[in-house]
Design a protein around this ligand. Structure first.
Ligand code: XUL
Ligand code: CO
Length: 436
């Protein structure tokens, strides 16, 4: 049985095509820098937005039914799994990402919930074997249920902490069972609404305790993948502890977690933190924490996480420049943590959104490869810092100077010469390369 009988397998038709449900730029097996596009991009489907989210917002109910013709929640979860694999196969998507609660509904007790997860994950494993589709990463939803109103690891209640730990244990087991390459922690409600009722130090230390227990347990059951922190500065909490990449990296180093954890950078979270997507990727890359990406885009006029499908080619090009400069993904990939707008209320819209997002990143990849091959951008930066390769600059870098020797140099030097940053030249340059 098909869930989307009117949607064919999405073909690659190239630039001249006028078919909206075809790839114009994403040619999965075409080589870019000697590697097939599908291996560069490692596209993943987000189970929650794609298979579960029905378009509810705080003013209205859902606009697209995602019960998959079933009334019983478990039957619906099993049908959803079939529908997910049909969708991924039709789009040519090789990976998916999931929260525990996306794949199976919570039961009356933890034991019942876990038994439900076993049933659905058996089915997912079968579907994976039949199709070759894999898990990019798994995670635990530690924010949806009312018990997590004060956070999970950062909750004021040790009982909630214990429940969260149990949920993480099971979600790691599911990720290992399904062969997932990563496990994500997004600090859903790990933050605060007001400092008036918050023990900041204990909450932070408890988050580190949960991460450490998760790492140790996962390694003990054979998990070989990476953990990812997904920074976000706010929403749902007024302040979230994993504010941005720099904050999360410093937290990981403080708690000795730097060997097992990397960043999962989400575009719309970056912009909420007052950074560009590229900035967050650059920080992660230069600090040795580049891992995975949640691909989406926000609306510059709105101050919340709109999770729109990415269609901005400049952003995608700059992001892919960072990915290529990092040497590409290893266990990570591009997860579309994105949802269609509430009024885009058909499954055709959903397919269209994925085609748009995948084509945008395919263009971004092609453009980033052109920028690197051209070399003028890199050459400009190298030249800009040339002073640090000889003379006093080389001495500074080599640690051979101190304030007194630099003062002596400055006194001898006379006037200081400066150079232009040539930003407008560079902005024009990248346009001439990308759109030639
Ligand atoms: C929320 C968000 C999450 C994480 C996984 O803003 O991005 O969906 O990606 O928990
Ligand atoms: Co995300």
């Amino acid at each position: 049985m098909q869930y989307f009988p009117n949607i064919p397998k999405i073909p690659y038709e190239g630039k001249p095509s006028k078919n909206p449900l075809a790839f114009h730029f994403y040619d999965a097996d075409a080589l870019v820098c000697g590697k097939p596009m599908r291996e560069h991009l490692r596209f993943a489907m987000s189970y929650w937005h794609t298979m579960c989210a029905e378009g509810t917002d705080m003013f209205g109910v859902g606009t697209l039914d995602k019960t998959y013709r079933q009334t019983d929640p478990m039957q619906s979860a099993l049908a959803k799994a079939d529908a997910a694999f049909e969708l991924m196969q039709k789009l040519g998507i090789d990976f998916y990402c999931f929260h525990d609660r996306d794949i199976a509904p919570e039961g009356a007790t933890l034991a019942e919930t876990n038994a439900r997860l076993d049933i659905v994950s058996d089915k997912l494993l079968e579907l994976q074997k039949a199709t070759g589709i894999k898990v990019l990463w798994g995670t635990a939803n530690l924010f949806g249920h009312p018990r997590y109103q004060n956070g999970a690891a950062s909750s004021c209640s040790p009982e909630v902490f214990a429940f969260a730990a149990a949920q993480v244990k099971k979600a790691i087991e599911l990720t290992v069972k399904l062969g997932g390459g990563g496990f994500v922690f997004w600090g859903g409600r790990e933050g605060y609404e007001t400092l008036l009722n918050t023990n900041y130090a204990l909450e932070q230390a408890n988050i580190a305790r949960l991460f450490t227990m998760a790492r140790d347990y996962a390694r003990s059951i054979g998990f070989k993948g990476l953990f990812y922190i997904e920074p976000k500065p706010k929403e749902p909490m007024k302040h979230q502890y994993d504010y941005d990449a720099a904050t999360a990296i410093s937290f990981l180093r403080k708690h000795g977690l730097q060997d097992d954890f990397r960043m999962n950078i989400e575009a719309n979270h970056a912009t909420l933190a007052g950074h560009t997507f590229q900035h967050e990727l650059r920080v992660a890359r230069e600090e040795g924490f580049f891992g995975s990406i949640d691909a989406n885009i926000g609306d510059p006029l709105l101050g919340w996480d709109t999770d729109q499908f990415p269609t901005n080619v400049y952003d995608a090009a700059m992001a892919m420049l960072e990915v290529l400069s990092a040497g590409g993904f290893t266990t990570g990939g591009l997860n579309f943590d994105a949802k269609t707008r509430r009024a885009s209320n058909t499954f055709e819209d959903l397919f269209q959104a994925y085609v748009a997002g995948m084509d945008t990143f395919a263009l971004g990849l092609r453009m980033a490869a052109k920028l690197l091959a051209d070399g003028r951008l890199d050459a400009f930066v190298t030249e800009r810092y040339a002073g640090y390769r000889t003379g006093i600059g080389a001495d500074i870098v080599a640690g051979k100077t101190d304030l007194a020797s630099l003062e002596a140099f400055a006194l001898r030097m006379g006037d200081v010469s400066t150079t232009s940053g040539r930003q407008e030249y560079l902005e024009h340059l990248i346009n001439t390369i990308m759109f030639e």
